[in-house]
Design a protein around this ligand. Structure first.
Ligand SMILES: O=C(O)C1=C[C@@H](OP(=O)(O)O)[C@@H](O)[C@H](O)C1
Ligand SMILES: C=C(OP(=O)(O)O)C(=O)O
Length: 448
C-alpha cells in the first residue's frame, strides 16, 4: 500500500456511540506472527501456523521470507504453512525487500541477513524511513556484517552479511525486543555462543519460540534483574505447529473503549497475557478498571485468558516507568483512558515512544488536545488531567487528527471519538491495516 498517495486517503469521523456489548476475538499477536514465519522459514520441513495476523506488517515479513527462498502459503483464514530452507541457507533476494511500515520486520530480518552470505537492500514507507536503525547496525557490525545506510542510520539501507559471523556478548543500551531479537537471530547462523544481556526485560517471544523450534537457548536472570540470553549457533530448527494467541496490543483498544463508554460489557476472547506484554491490564486495574481474567490457559506456549471488561469510572494515577516495556505499544490507548479519568495521570520514562511509527508522545498530545483534553507534553511522558468521565468535546469542524502513518494513533483516537460530544475526525484510517485490518468492522459490530 502507498500511504503517501493523497488520492486514496481514507478519513473517517468516529462518532459517539451507545454501549459496546458482545464477544470478540482480536486477531493474532503481531510479534508472534512475525516470528512464526521467520523461524518457520529457517526450519527444514513444514511449519503450520493458525491464528496468524494477516496485517500488512506480517505480510511484509512473509513476502521477504519468500524472496529469500522459503515457501510461505496461506491455506485458510489465519492458516499458513511454511517450508523452510534451513539455517544458513537463505537465498540472495532478486530485489529490495519492501518492509512497508514495519519496524519489527526490518530489524529482525536485518539480524537474520547479517550472518548469511547475502547482500540485501531494505526499503520502507515514509514513517519507517525516519526510524533509527543504528541500534541494530552497531551490534550486527560487531558480528561482522557491514551496512550502507541512509543518513543517520536509516532506510533505505543495504546489509552485507558476514560468513562466518562472529559471536558477541552485547548489553542492550535501550530496552528493545527488536534489537535483542535481531542479535539472537543473527546468532543462529554464527559459530559459537551469542549472548544478549538485557538490563530491563522486554517481550520474550523470540526466546520462547527459539526454544520451541529446538534451538539451544538459555536464559538466566542475574541478581540485579538483568536477563542473560545465550543462543548456540549453527542451529538446526525443527518445524512446529503454532497457534498464535490474540494480540494484547489490539485488545487494548477495546478494553479502553469499553471502560470509557457507559453501559459497556464486552468479553475479549483468547488474549495473550505473557507477563512481558500485560502491563496495560495491570495499570488499568490500578486506575479502577473492572477487568476479569477468565479461563486462564496456555496457547502456543504463551499464557492466555478471556478478558471480561465493563464500563468503569477511572481515576488518574502515576504510572511506574518500570512497567513501560511491558505495555510499550499500549500508551496511546492508555492516554485516552487517562483523558476520561478523574484526576491526573502522569507518565514518564517513555523516550522510546518518540521513535515508533510516529513520535507518539507528540502525536497523542496534539490529537487529544484537539479533541478537548487537557494534556501537558514533557520530554519523556504526558501529564493528562482527566474529565472524570465527562465526554471530550471532540474535534472542531474542519479539523482532523493527523495519524502520521501510525496505526496506533488512528485506533486510539477512534476510541476517543466514542467518548466525545462531536466525534473525532481522523485524517486517514488506512494505517490501521498494518496491525489490525478488522478493527473498524469489529468496533462497528460491538456498538451496533
Ligand atoms: O519485538 C517486537 O515484536 C516488538 C518490539 C517493540 O519494539 P522495540 O523493540 O523497538 O521496543 C514493539 O514496540 C513492537 O511493536 C514489536
Ligand atoms: C511499534 C510498533 O511496530 P513496529 O516497530 O513493528 O513498526 C507497533 O506496532 O506499535
Amino acid at each position: 500500500m502507498t500511504h503517501a498517495d493523497p488520492a486514496s486517503v481514507r478519513p473517517r469521523r468516529f462518532a459517539p456511540q451507545g454501549p459496546l456489548k458482545g464477544r470478540i476475538r482480536v486477531p493474532g499477536d503481531k510479534s508472534i506472527s512475525h516470528r512464526s514465519i521467520m523461524l518457520g522459514a529457517l526450519a527444514v520441513g513444514e511449519t503450520r501456523v493458525t491464528g496468524l495476523l494477516e496485517g500488512e506488517d506480517v505480510l511484509a515479513t512473509a513476502a521477504a521470507m519468500r524472496a529469500m527462498g522459503a515457501t510461505v502459503e496461506r491455506t485458510g483464514e489465519g492458516a499458513w504453512t511454511i517450508h523452510g530452507v534451513g539455517v544458513g541457507a537463505l537465498l540472495q533476494p532478486k530485489g529490495p525487500l519492501d518492509m512497508g511500515n514495519s519496524g519489527t520486520s526490518t530489524r529482525l530480518l536485518m539480524g537474520l541477513v547479517a550472518s548469511h552470505p547475502i547482500n540485501v537492500s531494505f526499503t520502507g514507507d515514509d514513517s519507517l524511513s525516519k526510524r533509527p536503525m543504528n541500534r541494530v547496525i552497531t551490534p550486527l557490525s560487531q558480528m561482522g556484517a557491514s551496512f550502507d545506510a541512509s543518513e543517520g542510520g536509516r532506510l533505505p539501507l543495504i546489509v552485507r552479511g558476514a560468513s562466518p559471523a562472529v559471536p558477541i556478548t552485547y548489553t542492550l543500551p535501550v530496552a528493545s525486543a527488536q534489537v535483542k531479537s535481531a542479535i539472537l537471530l543473527a546468532g543462529l547462523n554464527t559459530p559459537g555462543k551469542t549472548t544478549v544481556i538485557e538490563p530491563v526485560p522486554t517481550r520474550d517471544h523470540s526466546e520462547r519460540m527459539l526454544q520451541g523450534f529446538g534451538a539451544e537457548l538459555t536464559v538466566e536472570t542475574r541478581e540485579d534483574g538483568a536477563r542473560v540470553i545465550t543462543v548456540t549457533g549453527e542451529a538446526e530448527l525443527k518445524p512446529q505447529v503454532i497457534d498464535v494467541p490474540g494480540d494484547p496490543s489490539s485488545a487494548a483498544f477495546f478494553l479502553v473503549a469499553a471502560l470509557v463508554t457507559p453501559g459497556s460489557d464486552v468479553m475479549i476472547e483468547n488474549v495473550g497475557l505473557n507477563p512481558t506484554r500485560a502491563g496495560l491490564v495491570e495499570v488499568l486495574c490500578q486506575m479502577g478498571a473492572d477487568i476479569t481474567k477468565c479461563d486462564e490457559r496456555v496457547v502456543g506456549g504463551e499464557p492466555v485468558a478471556d478478558l471480561h471488561v465493563r464500563h468503569s469510572p477511572l481515576k488518574g494515577i502515576v504510572v511506574d516507568p518500570a512497567i513501560a516495556p511491558s505495555m510499550i505499544d499500549e500508551f496511546p490507548a492508555l492516554f485516552v483512558a487517562a483523558a476520561l479519568a478523574e484526576g491526573t495521570t502522569t507518565t514518564s520514562g517513555l523516550d522510546e515512544l518518540r521513535v515508533k511509527e510516529s513520535d507518539r508522545l507528540s502525536a497523542m498530545a496534539t490529537a487529544l488536545v484537539a479533541a478537548g483534553a487537557d494534556v501537558e507534553e514533557r520530554a519523556d511522558g504526558l501529564v493528562i488531567k482527566g474529565t472524570g468521565g465527562v465526554p471530550l468535546a471532540g474535534t472542531r469542524p474542519g479539523f482532523e487528527v493527523t495519524t502520521h502513518l501510525d496505526h496506533r494513533i488512528a485506533m486510539a483516537m477512534a476510541i476517543a471519538g466514542l467518548a466525545s460530544g462531536d466525534g473525532v475526525m481522523i485524517d486517514d484510517t488506512r494505517p490501521i491495516a498494518t496491525s489490525f485490518p478488522v478493527f473498524e468492522a469489529m468496533l462497528d459490530g460491538l456498538v451496533a
